[in-house]
Design a protein. Structure first.
Length: 603
């Protein structure tokens, strides 16, 4: 990693000292914090208000026209009866902007602060170019552990749209926490236990093929599952197949080695296949866990604990927990059926307790569809009522549904099928531009990467909770806010670099005062904001926060192309401009990778 004193050095180069650092600031990683510290000092001098109040009252803005920071004056808790507008005007006049700010404006009861571009250009561009892929990294939580559980398909059943969203969002969140210095453990909690595995074993004896299992375990197991389910339908009420499946699963539950052997192979082959498929999405799990990994003893212990805490009551042999005492909306939930079998809820509780012991996490995130909101809230409440203080460290990140996810061959059932189809469709789109297509070295590979980015960006474009329609045409378009558009923006910047003979060393020593155009100022202010965007995403867990920023950044870059030429310019002008563009390229690259996308350099 590059030196962490670059920002200080950048300021020194301008003859400036770092303003005194507030405890919550990271001025060596984030120019916004340098500015926060400076404004805090200055407003403290003027208002005599507590520094921590001022510091936390500085909000970032959505649009640069409103400044880089905006502060609602009422947040400083002035005495009752104070004329807030008058105060704002007074303070704006008294404020010493120094070399840090270009403007401080009173607008009603708001103060708006505008960064000085002459400080941003040398400090930020150099910092981004030197840090490279580490620009945006923030040591906010070093030494802290987070578990992100996501994707979690059922081995015996189709990989549906909900799993796809969980995979994409969870992959992003895991990356995001790493960017903020967390020690991240990625867990895939497979549906790998239950009666359907008895069914699968019985079905495999009838319809299975050893060869097909090894070649394509997930699809083959699904075929078997479909066939054996059909048998049950045909057989009707007292299905012999169903009975055999039940008996088989009973043997598995009793720990019968022979019965478990086949299930183990189903599980292992499936995981091997999953590993490859997830790799295409740049996802690598630390742990493949699953429902099977919660032992009977662990579940019995959980039920015992429920009893000790007086949480359980019985109803016709079944065991229930009444959560309405704590929260009306949570209702009553069944934790053990009258035949003694435990339910998901009990299993989830057991698994969470095991994970706390094993990983000693500081936070655990479950990326699960909003349809599971109630289940998740019940499960969190139960842990709280069991007096586990860490129940407050559990977080459910939910999301809406995807509609209409189907391919030419019918309904999509598996992740690798979705990814194949996307790649094929992208390849077709690319072939339409023959001249360009001919220049691409490995079109298959590029089609795959751009195709993946289209699926991922479609998911990230709106708030998580929204449902969306899986729309092939829109998603694969190079226009509008799509993955291919961002890939194109990135590859165009790469091409600009390839066409120039200006070295990185020259860029670092550029004469940044040659950047005078308003669009250059917009661009550098946007680049400077990246660490703040990451911080916002850490609080709202919204991939769309990152996506929106990357689209804005790309639009600003695109608007610069007509004005800020590099080709055919004097070398000093070209160098300063290229340095700015290359900083933008780096941020776009870092942002795409954060979202799980591999940026392409040519397309
Ligand atoms: C000043 O505040 C008003 C009302 O909040 C807002 O509409 C306007 O855009 C602000 N002006 C600037 C320059 O930000």
């Amino acid at each position: 990693m590059a030196s962490v004193t670059q920002i200080t050095e950048g300021l020194k180069g301008l003859g400036l000292a770092q303003p005194e650092a507030m405890p919550a600031s990271l001025p060596e990683y984030n120019v916004y914090d340098v500015m926060r510290n400076y404004i805090t000092d200055e407003l403290h001098r003027i208002t005599k208000k507590d520094k921590s109040i001022i510091f936390s009252a500085l909000d970032t803005t959505n649009v640069l026209e409103k400044g880089d920071f905006i502060m609602p004056v009422p947040r400083l808790r002035l005495e009752k009866g104070t004329d807030l507008k008058e105060k704002a005007t007074e303070w704006a006049q008294e404020f010493n902007k120094g070399e840090f700010l270009s403007q401080v404006v009173a607008n009603g009861t708001f103060l708006q602060f505008y960064f000085n571009k002459n400080l941003l250009f040398p400090v930020v561009i150099k910092d981004v170019l030197k840090r490279g892929k580490d620009y945006g990294y923030l040591p906010l939580a070093e030494g802290k552990k987070v578990i992100v559980e996501f994707s979690s398909p059922n081995i015996a059943k189709p990989f549906h749209a909900g799993h796809l969203r969980s995979t994409i969002i969870g992959g992003f969140l895991a990356n995001l926490y790493e960017t903020a210095g967390w020690d991240v453990t990625r867990i895939n909690y497979l549906g790998d236990w239950g009666k359907q595995f008895g069914l699968l074993a019985v079905g495999f004896e009838k319809y299975g093929s050893e060869e097909a299992l090894v070649a394509d375990p997930i699809n083959h197991l699904f075929e078997v599952y479909v066939k054996v389910n059909k048998d049950i339908e045909t057989e009707g009420e007292n299905s012999a197949t169903n009975e055999a499946a039940r008996a088989y699963f009973k043997r598995m539950e009793d720990g019968d080695e022979a019965a478990l052997a086949i299930w183990k192979r189903f599980r292992e082959y499936s995981i091997e296949k999953y590993i490859d498929t997830y790799a295409r999405l740049n996802i690598k799990y630390d742990v493949y866990s699953g429902e099977s990994q919660v032992s009977q003893e662990a579940m019995k212990k959980v039920i015992d604990q429920f009893n000790e805490k007086g949480l359980i009551h019985e109803d016709r042999g079944a065991k229930l927990i009444d959560l309405t005492k704590f929260n009306k909306k949570l209702g009553k939930c069944l934790v053990q059926k009258s035949d003694g079998t435990s339910l998901y809820l009990t299993r989830d509780v057991g698994e969470a307790i095991k994970r706390k012991e094993l990983y000693k996490f500081d936070k655990m995130i479950y990326v699960i569809a909003a349809q599971q909101d109630l289940h998740t809230a019940q499960f969190f409440e139960i842990l709280k009522q069991m007096d586990y203080p860490w129940a407050k460290d559990l977080l459910h990140v939910n999301f809406g549904m995807v509609q209409g996810m189907s391919t030419r061959k019918g309904t999509v059932v598996f992740l690798d099928k979705i990814l194949e189809e996307t790649k094929e469709k992208m390849h077709e789109v690319m072939k339409k531009n023959e001249a360009k297509y001919a220049q691409i070295e490995d079109p298959e590979k590029v089609a795959d990467l751009i195709g993946l980015s289209s699926v991922i960006m479609q998911d990230h474009s709106a708030k998580r909770i929204n449902n969306y329609e899986f729309n092939w045409n829109r998603m694969l378009s190079f226009e509008g806010d799509t993955g291919p558009y961002l890939q194109y923006a990135h590859s165009r910047l790469c091409s600009m670099q390839r066409k120039s003979d200006i070295t990185e060393e020259e860029m670092l020593n550029a004469e940044f005062n040659l950047l005078v155009e308003p669009c250059a100022e917009n661009l550098v202010r946007t680049i400077a904001k990246w660490p703040e965007v990451i911080k916002r995403a850490l609080t709202n867990h919204e991939p769309s926060t990152i996506a929106t920023y990357l689209f804005d950044l790309s639009h600003i870059v695109s608007s610069c192309y007509d004005i800020l030429w590099v080709h055919g310019q004097e070398r000093d002008v070209a160098t300063a401009r290229l340095a700015l563009y290359m900083a933008a390229r780096q941020v776009l690259n870092n942002g795409l990778r954060l979202l799980g996308i591999t940026p392409v350099e040519r397309m």
